[in-house]
Design a protein around this ligand. Sequence first.
Ligand SMILES: [Zn+2]
Length: 405
Amino acid sequence: MTDRLYYRDSFLYEFEGEICDITETPRPALTLDRTAFYPTSGGQIHDTGWITSGTTKHRVTEVADTEGGGVVHYLEAPVKELAPGSRIRGEVDVVRRRDHMQQHSGQHILSAAFVRLFNMPTVSFHMADDYCSIDLDTLSLTKEQIESAERLANEVILENRPVDIRFVTREEAGKLGLRKIPPTERDELRLIDITDFDLTACGGTHVRQTGQIGCILLRKAEKVRQGYRVEFIAGQRAVATARRDFTTLTETAALFSTHIYDLPQQTQKSLEEVKALRKQREHSLDELAAAQAATMLSATPSENGRKLVLHIFSDRDMSFLKLFAQKLTRLEMGTVALLGTTSPQPALVFAQSSGQNNDLGACMKETLAKFGGRGGGSRDMAQGGLPEASHVESALAFAKASFLG
Ligand SMILES: [Zn+2]
């Protein structure tokens, strides 16, 4: 069993101890007799830092609980000079620890706020490197409820209430009206007491005064299987996130030449314009295809009741090719169209008016097989993409020669 120094003092960043055990598989790892390093547990992620022996400093990259009640410290590089019994000095990464305390204490206050205001218990807590979340046991959660809980939590932070660590027996804990009692066999429980606001059993590291949390900012809320998941961030994370949000909004507002608070209306307006323009464009392309098809057909002589239109575009996409083929084959019966485009994507479309004997699907398959493209279709309409624009012309010539004589 490792003596967990952080249980009694979350602000202890340096300590001395002794190595109990060293393992090297798969990563070098130390177990100590005592530690101030927090192992990942109870929703809070682990500390990092350094372990020094003599003059050699080892980076601690991860800390975890062992099954036997120990705490294992994973190191970045193998350790040669260390052995069980060696004295070491441990140093917790203070910036990371402070951040974790702000998030975790912030979570206790936020969870208590949701219980006090709306009787919504927290069923789980998750802390990641960039954001945190709690899952609330509730069927519904409104924007107003989120804002009220955020306001109350920040008031409790501003009141700078003391946060105490207390140890009680399970029996004593039962009479204290805790927000949460963990399902453990242990008889001694560690309580985090936020004066006159929240009392809960927890093994995590916490601030001494609520003011040290700084502030709490609620973000996304989404429905999950067991209720609602609310993302939040506290302290410096909240400031950093607000800064990033503001930068993003400012850059976007500059694109629209507008104020950040007018962005929703501006964006809505632009989307509507795009939609209207897209419709107009579709309409114009349809008219263009019909006019070009009529011109091309009148310039094409008929042979044995059949008109063969072979054309390569340099600036039309596949959907225009299909539209154009449709116009050609519907304007005059007996039309066969072999169309290609070189840009933006090299492509082919073969089509014919209904009632003819050619199998253009098979023709497309063979053509693509020869030129390395992909696609297919029916007897009357087939399409495919080619890897090289320079192959479009030869592909059309091949299709004409092998299928249409
Ligand atoms: Zn906790």
